[in-house]
Design a protein around this ligand. Structure first.
Ligand code: IMP
Length: 174
């Protein structure tokens, strides 16, 4: 993708600063406790790697993989778990980490799935929130940045499995 077809939205320095703030906030909110941080593959892996290094309380780490079927830039509404967690979460404090919440369908499905295992608490941290595009009512507890409509890539986020490795976040020009 050439530079004409993408526009920088969040440079790496702004991302780093915001992730530090989120880590500080989460560390304060869970002071004296222990967290199980569950990342949603693949998109959240870079954000989660940075975030947990800004959290100063003990963290256990696990991952889920959730696939939503349909065109690459639209959630069709059919969400399927393709990799479950390997940690027991009963009675524990859980923080789900996701790259972006768009329609809200993926996180709604995952929250339902994890709540059946009776965690003590469950909160959600998203790097980006496309608030205006919700199809189901859904609020994240921690949000890196709220963005308008538009497809974004970089910092773990892909378009057809490309561009995840960009250190900055770009919006693809339509
Ligand atoms: P939701 O279920 O519609 O909330 O969609 C969440 C998932 O859609 C995210 O985990 C991403 O994989 C994908 N997604 C939504 N918007 C974007 C975007 O702008 N860039 C990259 N992936 C996106």
């Amino acid at each position: 993708m050439d530079e004409m077809s993408r526009k920088i939205l969040f440079p790496r320095a702004a991302i780093q600063k915001r992730v530090q703030e989120l880590g500080g906030q989460i560390s304060g909110d869970y002071a004296g406790r222990e967290l199980v941080v569950i990342g949603i593959l693949k998109g959240a892996f870079i954000f989660m790697a940075d975030l947990i290094r800004e959290i100063s309380i003990p963290c256990n780490i696990d991952f889920v993989r959730v696939a939503s079927y349909g065109a690459s830039s639209e959630n069709s509404g059919k969400v399927v778990m393709t990799k479950d967690i390997e940690t027991s979460i009963k009675g524990r404090d859980i923080l789900i980490v996701e790259d972006i919440v768009d329609t809200g369908l993926t996180l709604q499905y995952l929250v339902g799935w994890l709540k059946e295992r009776n965690p003590h608490s469950l909160k959600i941290c998203v790097f980006l929130d496309k608030r205006k595009r919700r199809k189901v009512s859904f609020e994240a507890d921690y949000v890196g940045f709220t963005i308008d409509d538009g497809f974004v890539v970089g910092y773990g986020l892909d378009f057809n499995e490309q561009y995840r490795f960009f250190p900055d976040v770009y919006v693809i020009k339509q």
